[in-house]
Design a protein around this ligand. Sequence first.
Ligand code: IDP
Ligand code: MG
Length: 139
Amino acid sequence: MATNKTFTMIKPDAVANNSIGGILKMINQAGFRIVAMKYTQLSKETAGKFYEVHAARPFYGELVDYMSSGPIVAAILEKENAVADFRTLIGATDPTKADEGTIRKIYAKSIAANAVHGSDSDENAEIEGNFYFSSLERF
Ligand code: IDP
Ligand code: MG
């Protein structure tokens, strides 16, 4: 059953670009409510843990270095059909393939530094939200 929640990170390239405001505005305008939010920086160790599912992929080392290279914004978002609708809003992993008007098309620099994360399932949204937030930090 759908939980109506998803998890996102505004990645280091987008934070460094001063794009937090623009991205949050797109998220709110698309109908998502922010139910938890944190400005923080991952260590290599925590970034490695978060992306453990990708450990066997050739870009894993690059991804962990990049995701720990600067501050990020982590958030839990709520909306009907949140996981699928958020993936539509952010667009394809590779910004050159992302649809016009998507967050990655507008803000992403490259396939690695692609501005935002979005959970790919309800199950992973729950796991990823729990990685950053305790139950006391959700509204
Ligand atoms: P997703 O973020 O669209 O779900 P995934 O395949 O889950 O894409 O990959 C996780 C993250 O790893 C991507 O968002 C991107 O930052 C990075 N990544 C994916 N593919 C590549 C690649 O081919 N080269 C470098 N980094 C990549
Ligand atoms: Mg993914």
